[in-house]
Design a protein. Structure first.
Length: 79
């Protein structure tokens, strides 16, 4: 797994951007490229004790050929 990430504050919250490139440690005749993934995450405080978050992940399969998109949304509290 080779990856690069960047984080910033914008639009009232924190953003995280990550790119992953996956490859097999040992290549075979059928699998070498295990795909890549892009992650985007946003978190913000919505009240004194509550925060909101959303994360999107886009996995583009390489040789294994099953692409996947996922979205997470959550609310957290501190007490």
């Amino acid at each position: 797994d080779v990856y690069v990430s960047a984080a910033t504050k914008f639009a009232g919250g924190k953003w995280l951007f990550v790119y992953h490139d996956f490859s097999a440690d040992e290549a075979s005749s059928t699998v070498d490229d295990l795909g890549s993934e892009i992650n985007i995450q946003y978190t913000t405080k919505i009240a004194e004790k509550f925060s909101f978050g959303a994360k999107y992940a886009n996995y583009s399969a390489g040789d294994i050929k099953v692409d996947t998109d996922k979205l997470w949304v959550w609310i957290a509290t501190k007490f």
